[in-house]
Design a protein around this ligand. Structure first.
Ligand SMILES: *Cc1c(COP(=O)(O)O)cnc(C)c1O
Length: 409
């Protein structure tokens, strides 16, 4: 009998949805136990929320950090701090999570979508500039998959126009752009601590800023705008309770202590995959700016369907047979093609905030976004996490190579 070739074996890859791909250990258990034994589960009284905020700010080199309940909440808090008028506009990206868009509409903001660079799937100064109007109150840039946007030109444009920048860094922890970490370059940075992100507490989020006024507003927005510690506290404005609990903060603190190791593992294994995948005609590995580091929330390939039959979808089907569950075309359609936007299903039958929009602000037609269509058509998102080893990476590389040659046109 001929021995079974290595590539015919089925390997099971670590998953960030369970212990196989996550890093919880005695540290988190000890911290959570301490919280429970203390009997104080609210961060208004406990120490873990405060420690998490302080250490998170320190790690990123930001002046202020606040914990909250989710990445969506983080975006809501950031937009609330900017306090746009109903019907105002915020420019964001055509490729993002719904959690980065719904908070805009709750604040009465009309999302205006900028195109992406098909090579990185990130917005650029050029694509943003085309969408600026007299009602643009902020720009949200999303560092997709762990790969920072070209922030230099974006910040130049924003400063010139006097428009604040919110960085959605939910997928990008500890990625550097020049000397600064993604999330600390604009006016506010938003992070998600959801199950599948670089560090997690199941559901959670963080906001960071160097601006004292924005910091104050964000703190208040997380706390029903109650002036904790003030001489004559009151509920100053309309705001929710977006506080993280001490239990979540305890887990997040443990995770934060491992963040550098986790990021380094993701980068090292990703570098190996990039090396192993060189020279496959029709497959491109991630494009990173010269002065940036990528921290690989996911590892994306670009698949050219003029060279590979079925493109990213064809590749994904073959990889699935090998237990490699990739996402061809990522979110498949841009957020603005979802029902909530197409049917304007918001508050009652009002179609708020679209009913207040400037003429021409609402542009949710696929045909107007050719670069986004191209980006989504070609992208193949490989799952990734800090538990990948050289063996996993070689298994993925071998199978990508085999799939590409089976589908060669
Ligand atoms: C995950 C994610 C969010 C939302 O975070 P949640 O914690 O799920 O609310 C926002 N933006 C981006 C880019 C994300 O990946």
């Amino acid at each position: 009998m001929t021995p079974v070739a290595k590539t015919e074996l089925l390997m099971s890859l670590p998953s960030d949805q369970d212990a196989s791909g996550r890093t919880f250990d005695e540290t988190e258990i000890a911290y959570v136990t301490e919280v429970l034994k203390s009997g104080t589960l609210t961060t208004t009284k406990g120490k873990f929320g405060k420690m998490l905020e302080q250490k998170f700010a320190e790690k990123l080199g930001a002046k202020f950090a606040y914990a909250c309940t989710s990445g969506s909440a983080a975006i809501h808090i950031a937009v609330a701090a900017i306090n746009p008028e109903p019907g105002d506009e915020i420019i964001t990206t055509s490729i993002t999570d719904m959690g980065a868009l719904t908070p805009l509409m709750y604040r009465g903001v009309v999302p205006v979508f900028a195109e992406v660079d098909p090579k990185t799937l990130n917005v650029t100064a050029e694509t943003i500039e085309k969408k600026i109007s007299e009602r643009t109150k902020a720009i949200i840039v999303t560092h997709l998959f762990g790969n920072p946007c070209e922030m230099g030109p974006i910040m130049e444009l924003a400063r010139e126009k006097g428009i604040p920048v919110i960085e959605d860094s939910a997928q990008t922890f500890l990625a550097k752009k020049g000397d600064a970490f993604a999330g600390t370059i604009g006016d506010i940075g938003c992070f998600s601590l959801q199950q599948g992100k670089h560090m997690t507490t199941g559901e959670g989020g963080m906001v960071v800023t160097n601006d004292e006024k924005l910091a104050r507003k964000m703190f208040l927005y997380i706390n029903k705008a109650w002036g904790y510690g003030d001489a004559n506290p009151d509920h100053y404005f309309m705001a929710l309770n977006y506080r993280m609990s001490e239990l979540q903060a305890a887990v997040a603190l443990g995770q934060l202590e491992k963040l550098e190791t986790c990021v380094a593992n993701r980068q090292n294994t990703a570098a190996l995959l990039t090396e192993l995948l060189q020279g496959i005609d029709g497959i491109e590995t991630p494009v990173i700016a010269p002065d940036a580091t990528h921290t690989y929330w996911k590892y994306c390939l670009s698949v050219d369907d003029s060279k590979i039959e079925g493109g990213s979808v064809g590749m994904a089907q073959l990889l699935k047979e090998k237990n490699i569950f990739s996402a061809p075309r990522y979110i498949v359609k841009p957020a603005f093609m979802c029902q909530v936007f197409q049917e304007k299903n918001t508050l009652g039958t009002s179609q708020f905030p679209f009913n207040l929009a400037r003429e021409g602000a609402v542009d949710y037609e696929m045909e107007n976004y050719p670069l986004t269509a191209k980006a989504l058509h070609d992208v193949l998102v490989l799952p990734w996490n800090e538990k990948y080893t050289e063996e996993h990476v070689r298994y993925i590389a071998d199978n990508v190579r085999i799939a590409a040659s089976r589908l060669r046109k």
